[in-house]
Design a binder for this molecule. Structure first.
Ligand code: UDP
Ligand code: MG
Length: 321
């Protein structure tokens, strides 16, 4: 049997200080599996610090290295997507960061789980050594996401994961622009398993995810996997309309029991204000419902992904390993 082939997709943005150490650590780790073939696809996401030249040097020294250079900084999620599209014929693909926060040794554990039959093995952070701010915001974000998302997206999981080639092929069918890859992979399905690990410190340099990008990623996650905010509009509308009823009851009470406190015209104004506001929000919610459908349709995601076909005398996996 031919040796199975594992590709690594490695996004790089201004990592010149970490790359040499990362590459050394990764090659040492994969040397433990001489029974597998490897391809290391580095995606340079428009670095400006000479990372690309360093990557080309790594390629000179090691022909398992492939380098993909994006024309400008497109962001981590797009860089990974580009890398997934560029891997050669691989049986499985591992995505990991190149700042040594994702330990290469854990990648071997992911591969082992895949060999035992999992289609997606995601590395779940048991601990993380980021700033307190990042930890609390991440915690809040995952909580919110798991409440509103239409599918279950595992918590404390970044983009460090292994995907079987069937999953990679399915992920490639999701062409949405605001990408939240961990959501897309969860949406694809198949047999998904977790491996726990301790996230390390960044080897060198600063995070390339400033607050702005974190907020953008978080909103891609929520907006991409939930139309709940659109539904909140009509709920709010109903709540405000209900307040109109309360105001009406209060106005009536004053009219009957303390008529001397009643101000001419206030019933119409007070009740009308809440009622109109409520009706407008309900109507916006109606528009939102249709907008949600248009949005889902324009995302143009695959309706389903097939994991197995059993027909006649054969039972096949559409792209058997
Ligand atoms: N990265 C990228 N493009 C970007 C930002 C980051 O390719 O615009 C890469 C970066 O080089 C690293 C990975 O994505 O390999 C994760 O980025 P980072 O470590 O800065 O994020 P953090 O770990 O702080 O969330
Ligand atoms: Mg990092």
């Amino acid at each position: 049997m031919a040796r199975r082939r594992i590709a690594f997709v490695l996004p790089v943005y201004d990592e010149v200080e970490s790359l040499t150490a990362f590459h050394a650590a990764l090659t040492t780790a994969i040397a433990e599996r001489p029974d597998l073939e490897f391809e290391l696809v580095y995606v340079d996401d428009g670095s400006r610090d000479g990372s690309l030249d360093l990557l080309l040097e790594l390629r000179e020294a090691d022909d398992r290295v492939a380098v993909l250079g994006l024309s400008r900084n497109c962001g981590h999620q797009i860089a990974v997507t580009a890398g997934l599209g560029a891997v050669g014929a691989a049986d499985a693909v591992v995505v990991m960061d190149t700042d040594l926060q994702d330990p290469p040794a854990v990648a071997l554990e992911l591969i082992a789980r895949w060999e035992q039959g999992a289609d997606v093995v995601y590395a779940q952070r048991r601990t993380r050594r980021d700033s307190r701010f990042k930890r609390t915001t991440a915690w809040g974000f995952y909580r919110l996401l798991s409440r509103v998302a239409s599918i279950e997206i595992p918590r404390n999981v970044g983009d460090f994961r292994l995907m079987d080639r069937r999953v990679v092929a399915e992920v490639g069918r999701y062409r949405e622009h605001d990408r939240f890859l961990r959501g897309i992979v969860a949406h694809v399905g198949f047999r998904q398993e977790a491996v726990l690990y301790d996230r390390e410190h960044r080897h060198a340099g600063r995070t390339k995810y400033p607050l702005r990008s974190m907020v953008a990623l978080a909103s891609a996650g929520i907006v991409g996997f939930s139309t709940a905010p659109l539904r909140w509009i009509s709920r709010l509308g109903f709540a405000i309309s209900f307040m109109a009823v309360l105001v009406a009851a209060y106005v009536l009470y004053v009219r009957v029991f303390n008529p001397e406190d009643a101000v001419p015209g206030w019933a119409f104004l007070g009740v009308g204000m809440f009622l109109l506001g409520g009706i407008q929000l309900i109507m916006m919610g109606v528009i939102g419902t249709y907008l949600g459908r248009v949005y889902t349709a324009t995302q143009n995601r695959p309706l389903y992904s097939i994991a197995l076909v059993a027909r006649g005398s054969a039972e096949t996996d559409p792209s058997s390993r």
